[in-house]
Design a protein around this ligand. Sequence first.
Ligand code: AHR
Length: 323
Amino acid sequence: MSIITKLALAASLATALSSAALAQDISGKVVGFSQIGSESGWRAAETSVTRQEAEARGVDLKFADAQQKQENQIKAIRGFIAQGVDAILVAPVVATGWDEVLTEAKEAEIPVVLLDRGVDAPEDLYLTSVASDQVEEGRVAGQWLVDTVGAEDCKVVELQGTVGSTPAINRKQGFEEAIAGHDNITIARSQTGDFTRSKGKEVMEGFIKAENGGADICAVYAHNDDMAVGAIQAIKDAGLKPGTDILVVSIDAVPDIFTAIAAGEANATVELTPNMAGPAFDVLAAYWADGTEPEKFIITESKLYTSADDPAGEYERRKDLGY
Ligand code: AHR
């Protein structure tokens, strides 16, 4: 290697190191977080983890709970802009209706990071999105069912997430993709349970009544674990065995679903990490340090868990994480 190449390499290494060092120190930054609400155990964990990740970095986190309403989120974001925060994190309750407020943030030169859900808005209105591949989550859940039932006829009932939210739209799409071509598997009924345990139970009760007391249902696919836990209760109340008479597959991997899997009352879940904020703060750190533009979409892993994956141990590992 020539001396010039060595010097150039040393210089670029020094720049990289100083960027990295700078990137790590974001203490004192003020970040607004517009959270949807607390509809599920997963969401509660995301809130706790975001607070912890902020505290660990010395970030002053301004938290706003939107109580499931987009209008409250828009108000909160406008409030953060007025305060002149350094960045805004937002978990968008639904996909549409964000252009105006995101444009206001952009004009104020405040970077916005989307957490766990997407928006139907031009990509230049936000710095990055940290989320799972929600279509893939649906596919993983659907593929599990395809592999489990084989050639048996299987009537599925589906508990959808919040209407108009990207996880509800995408998880439905992914599941349908996975079962496509398997004519023995059909989605007989599909309705929103709004990602909550109580609504999941209520809607499942209706499905059971409409499907011969549940005798005609082979499986319930819930877009999150909380709705699955509600459905499990409804199945038990109807005198049936969840996990056996009716298969239960869902998404999130919260502690309660591992308790259900360990008890044989649920069959499979797809993990969604509640730590969206860690990667978000890391990209913000680099962005603040030297303007580094992150990838537009930072995708978290979607791993399948079943009774073969030590559900009792998985419960123990998660139980104190704020779910
Ligand atoms: O956007 C992620 C989804 O929102 C989680 O699966 C669900 O539990 C939550 O409320």
